[in-house]
Design a protein around this ligand. Structure first.
Ligand SMILES: [Zn+2]
Length: 458
């Protein structure tokens, strides 16, 4: 068994409670631990098929999967002989199910959500957090999320998990990852509340100040292998900073970051709460805004004009509480006072934001900020879009599939067409009739490999 380890001090584990471990997934040590691989062909009989969210579903269709991709979609139920496939090709019976492409969550923190307290990162090694991230990734997959984008895990942690899933060492969703977010000194990803001499012992990746230094930080992140650049453009709610949630990078810094990311073919997305911070990211040509909490009509119209996506993370307040009483008795009840004050200011604002963005016509793509929605319950985001903000069920499904694929620049997911990834899920009920159906995922195929079956699914 080969185990890669980094010799790291405990101090660098401190980032935000979102920190996670090094790439320590062990390679298979025995001959029978072969990489996971899809069968040559599978046939799915879909009772109702929504191949491309935004278009109408069809009744009774056959989806032909060749290894990891969709080969063909036919009307009616065709068998192996009719399709010219080997007689032993597996036929997956989803004739009583609603079948659609797997969901995509563009904003998760896979290594977040460990049960123990905030000082955990002072005590546990990196690989502890890699295993937490693996559990989170599996939970998301079982919830129908076949692609997730991790926007804040320290160093190489989730990059190692991403690569081990890609290589078929363990099962999981397709992962895109930002690694350490790009943050100014004392910004949202550099808020430690430690004495200066302790801080000097921490490798604070992603922290930069001034345009040139920020170009360096982005280039180094890309050298580490990140898929996307995540930028802390404003302060954050859950950090212990008392500087509010306003613009913290200058326009010059934001433009340097976005320009460098784009020069290397990476999307750049901003954590931004205050209007001033969002407006600055719009000026700097960011691809998307995470949270976007206090965007007003003028800001949202500017986003629409430039085709900048909103990733609202709206279901978090359902989980952490939308009233002071619920927050004080909820999962964040032990927050330090300075963070609690910022959470209490949110109230129902995320729902109002989505309502307004939808009315104006800003592109909305699904992101949850899990574990602020528990990993595996990412579908709650689509429920809140419909129940609290007036999107149609079809619009919510689009946010979680085709829109998210486009916003994230992920080419082969989000719809089921020949050549696309065989990321297929099935729901027991029709989500177009009741969006809550997205919470009851009975079948998951990722890259042609069946990851979950229940009930009458074979
Ligand atoms: Zn986040």
């Amino acid at each position: 068994m080969r185990v890669a380890r980094r010799g790291v001090g405990f101090l660098r584990q401190l980032l935000l409670g979102l920190a996670a471990g090094a790439a320590t997934i062990a390679a298979p040590g025995t001959a029978n631990a072969a990489p996971l691989a899809p069968p040559p062909f599978s046939i799915i009989h879909a009772g109702r098929l929504l191949a491309v969210p935004g278009k109408q579903p069809v009744e009774k269709a056959t989806v032909v999967v060749q290894q990891g991709n969709i080969k063909e979609i036919r009307a009616g139920y065709a068998d192996a002989a009719a399709l010219g496939l080997p007689a032993d090709t597996r036929v997956i019976d989803l004739t009583s199910r609603f079948v659609m492409p797997g969901f995509i969550d563009l904003h998760v923190h896979l290594s977040g959500g460990a049960e123990r307290g905030r000082d955990l990162n002072l005590r546990e090694p990196d690989n502890y957090f890699t295993i937490v991230a693996y559990r989170s990734a599996l939970a998301a997959l079982m919830g129908g999320f076949t692609t997730v984008r991790d926007l804040g895990s320290e160093g190489y942690t989730v990059l190692g998990l991403r690569d081990s899933i890609r290589d078929g060492i363990v099962q999981g969703p397709r992962i895109l990852a930002s690694g350490d977010p790009i943050s100014p000194t004392n910004g949202h990803a550099d808020n430690h509340n430690l004495r200066e001499e302790l801080l000097t012992g921490i490798i604070r990746r992603g922290v930069c100040n001034g345009a040139d230094d920020c170009r360096r930080a982005v280039r180094e992140a890309i050298r580490r292998g990140v898929d996307v650049i995540k930028v802390m453009a404003s302060g954050g709610t859950l950090d212990e900073g008392d500087g509010g949630t306003g613009q913290q990078f200058t326009d010059e810094e934001l433009q340097a970051i976005a320009g460098t990311a784009h020069a290397f073919g990476r999307r750049v997305t901003a954590h931004a709460h205050a209007k001033a911070a969002i407006d600055a990211c719009i000026r700097a040509n960011f691809d998307s805004i995470e949270h976007g909490m206090w965007a007003d009509e003028e800001t949202l119209k500017a986003m629409k004009a430039k085709g900048i996506w909103l990733i609202p993370t709206a279901a978090t307040i359902t989980y952490v509480g939308d009233t002071p009483e619920k927050v004080r008795n909820g999962p964040l009840k032990d927050l330090p006072a300075v963070s609690m004050e910022k959470v209490l200011k949110l109230g129902t604002q995320p729902r109002k934001l989505v309502t307004l963005a939808h009315k104006i016509g800003v592109g909305i793509a699904l992101g949850t900020d899990a574990p602020l929605v528990p990993h595996g319950e990412n579908g709650m985001e689509m429920v809140t879009y419909v129940v609290d903000s007036g999107l149609t069920p079809m619009e919510a499904l689009m946010a979680g599939t085709v829109n998210a694929a486009q916003a994230g620049g992920i080419k082969d997911v989000g719809k089921l067409e020949p050549g696309m990834a065989a990321d297929v899920i099935a729901l027991a009920q029709d989500p177009l009739a009741d969006i809550h159906a997205v919470m009851n995922v009975s079948f998951v195929m990722r890259g042609g490999i069946v990851a979950k079956t229940t009930g009458d699914t074979q």
